[in-house]
Write a protein that binds this ligand. Structure first.
Ligand SMILES: C[S@@+](CC[C@H](N)C(=O)[O-])C[C@H]1O[C@@H](n2cnc3c(N)ncnc32)[C@H](O)[C@@H]1O
Length: 450
């Protein structure tokens, strides 16, 4: 297949070019932002001893979002790697055990391994668990190269209608995918499942998954899975085969880079729920995470097409959604009456929301109640003097500013933590002019100590 040979050539050139341009950059400057405030801008790696005053805001510019296994697959609300790297270097001593209780795509764990630490990860979402496992499992370079070449040769033998038994059935499948794409995807899946095993197979399945949104009719750049007619997305025959080979070569390179550097450290993915973690009391030195935002991202819906193709769920995703902290799946009997957290600054906002929308008020209350359970659980598993570091942004709920980070600070103190430090990280894509009081474009990093 000529088209596959030409994509191999192009992708190899792209990798060779990126090899040359990968350089370490550390640069700190003071800039004036849109609000005429002076803030510190850090490009690239953040120095562990960066001077930070409580409440200070920074603009961090990331250059490594696709490097190592970070780039294997998209995931909503990912950490930029420089942030956990900086926090681990600043707060973990040699030999420390690190935990991310809402690990998502395991950015914290990948960074922990690259820095020479063992770590643990918890996530309720089955897709996150598979992705995290692949991103934190080093592979043997030789075996990976042999498997890659073998699978590419098989892909070149593609003929339609050879793998219909691998097409999953799920709601609206034929609206999400063109029939020739269903055919190509099922062929790729068959080639992987029938020829590979164990960790290598999972790496190929995640690479397979990484093209699914791209070759579907859904908008590539939306956290929800939606078809937008006016996008006029171009889907063409052999697109899935070409994209797969392209991503496979890129991911192979990323995995080799990661595997060489990660050495012998391990990540253990443990069951199950960030409110109930199967770890001993006082066993962890540093917990570091970005929890879900209240009603901001519906994780199972975001990667629903991938979940179905990987056979991680059948039919409805409702059961998966209910387990998520910040879930919008709540029942009428739960939200009839006004609920209070006992934290005044939170309750006054929840009350304002309640008079506009009882359901949303309950969602906000439940988010904080669940996060308090998570804070208690992390308090239990942390060693005395251990740190819990949380990065979280604010939301607007029915027009009311919901400052999650401030409420979490208050809840953490109620649980017994002391506050070590808090600082803001401007979110670059929102670095635009909005009224000061409407600004929700900062993630807050709070450092708590047991
Ligand atoms: C903001 S994301 C984490 C992203 C991660 N920092 C990364 O770099 O990919 C939040 C994660 O919390 C998970 N989550 C939600 N509720 C949970 C629960 N009850 N227990 C464990 N994980 C949960 C979601 O599935 C999602 O993966």
């Amino acid at each position: 297949m000529e088209i596959i040979d030409s994509i191999i050539e192009k992708t190899s050139q792209k990798i060779a070019k990126s090899r040359k341009t990968t350089k370490k950059l550390i640069n700190i400057s003071t800039i004036t932002n849109e609000f005429q405030e002076q803030i510190t801008r850090v490009d690239g790696d953040i120095p562990a001893d960066l001077k930070i005053i409580n409440g200070e805001r920074f603009l961090f510019i990331s250059y490594e979002q696709s490097r190592y296994t970070h780039g294997l697959h998209k995931y909503p609300a990912k950490f930029f790697p420089e942030l956990p790297r900086f926090l681990i270097q600043r707060y973990a001593q040699k030999g420390a055990k690190i935990l991310d209780p809402f690990m998502g795509s395991a950015t914290t764990n990948v960074e922990a391994m690259l820095l020479g630490f063992d770590s643990f990860g918890v996530d309720i979402d089955p897709f996150a668990k598979l992705l995290a496992k692949v991103k934190t499992t080093p592979l043997d370079e030789y075996e990976l190269r042999v498997a890659t070449n073998y699978i590419i040769e098989k892909i070149k033998e593609y003929k339609p209608n050879q793998a219909v038994e691998y097409i999953p059935s799920f709601p609206y499948r034929d609206n999400w995918f063109a029939s020739f794409i269903l055919d190509e995807l099922s062929f790729i899946k068959k080639v992987i499942i029938e020829n590979l095993q164990n960790d290598i197979k999972d790496f190929f399945l995640i690479t397979f998954s990484s093209i699914i949104r791209n070759v579907s009719n859904a908008d590539d750049n939306c956290t929800r899975t939606v078809v937008r007619k006016r996008l006029h997305k171009q889907i063409y025959p052999s697109m899935a085969l070409v994209k797969f080979v392209e991503n496979l070569l890129l991911n192979q390179y990323r995995m080799i880079e990661f595997s060489k550097k990660a050495q012998s450290n391990q990540t253990s993915i443990i069951e199950y729920d960030a409110k109930n973690i199967a770890l001993e009391d006082s066993s962890i030195d540093l917990a570091l995470t970005s929890p879900p935002y209240v009603n901001a991202v519906d994780y199972p819906r975001t990667h629903q097409l991938e979940i179905y193709w990987l056979d991680l769920a059948k039919d409805s995703l409702l059961e998966l959604k209910k387990l998520q902290i910040g879930t919008e799946t709540v029942y009428k009997k739960e939200y009839e009456s006004l609920r209070r957290t006992g934290i005044d600054i939170a309750d006054s906002v929840i009350e304002k929301i309640y008079y506009k929308d009882k359901r949303r008020a309950y969602i906000a209350y439940k988010f904080l109640a669940d996060m308090e359970k998570n804070l208690q659980e992390i308090y239990r598993v942390l060693k005395p003097n251990g740190y819990y570091i949380i990065a979280i942004g604010n939301n607007r709920i029915r027009g009311e500013l919901f400052e999650s980070w401030r409420y979490l600070l208050a809840l953490a103190q109620r649980v017994g933590f002391s506050i070590e430090l808090y600082f803001g990280s401007e979110i670059i894509k929102h670095f635009i002019k909005v009224k000061r009081e409407e600004r929700i474009n900062t993630d807050w990093v709070i450092v708590l100590r047991k």
